[in-house]
Design a protein around this ligand. Structure first.
Ligand code: ZN
Length: 149
C-alpha cells in the first residue's frame, strides 16, 4: 500500500469513527429524505435546509457500512454552506469519479478540487461497494429535486 492509499484509508476511517454533521434537523423548516442501499443494508437519513439557493445546513443520520457512512460524512462537509449549484457540480464530479470504464463524459475529474472526498476514489476498484459510496450523493440529489432547489 502506498502513502496516498494509506492517507485515503485514514480519511475514510476518521469520517466513519467521527462522522461530521451527525443528527437530524427539525422538519420543517428542513427537508427530510431517506436513502437505502439494499445490496449492503446501508441507510442514510438526510435532513437539509436550503436558504436562498445556499445549503444553509445539512445533517446525516442512519447506519451502514464504513464506506456508506464515511461517504455521507464527507459529502456533508463538502456541500454545507455551499450554493446548490456548487453542490450539484460536486455531485457530478463524484459520480464521474465512481464510474467504471468508458463513459460518455470522460473529462478528467479535478480530484484536488474535491479535497478529502477524493479519498473515496479507491472504492471504484470494488464495484460491489460503489453503491455504498454513492448512496449519500444520490440521496442529496433526490432531496434537492424534491425541494425544487
Ligand atoms: Zn455498504
Amino acid at each position: 500500500m502506498d502513502n496516498l492509499e494509506e492517507l485515503y484509508r485514514e480519511i475514510i476511517l476518521d469520517h466513519y469513527r467521527s462522522p461530521r454533521n451527525r443528527g437530524e434537523l427539525a422538519v420543517p423548516p428542513a427537508h427530510r429524505t431517506e436513502g437505502f442501499n439494499p445490496l449492503c443494508g446501508d441507510e442514510i437519513v438526510l435532513t437539509i435546509e436550503v436558504d436562498d439557493g445556499v445549503i444553509a445546513d445539512v445533517k446525516i443520520a442512519g447506519h451502514g457500512c464504513s464506506i456508506s457512512q464515511s461517504s455521507a460524512s464527507l459529502m456533508s462537509t463538502g456541500v454545507k454552506g455551499k450554493p446548490v449549484t456548487d453542490a450539484r457540480a460536486l455531485m457530478g464530479s463524484f459520480k464521474r469519479m465512481m464510474t467504471v470504464g468508458d463513459d460518455a463524459d470522460d473529462s478528467p475529474v479535478d480530484l484536488r478540487a474535491m479535497g478529502e472526498i477524493a479519498a473515496l476514489q479507491g472504492v471504484v476498484k470494488f464495484p460491489v461497494r460503489i453503491k455504498c459510496a454513492t448512496l449519500a450523493w444520490n440521496t442529496l440529489d433526490q432531496a434537492l429535486t424534491e425541494m425544487g432547489a
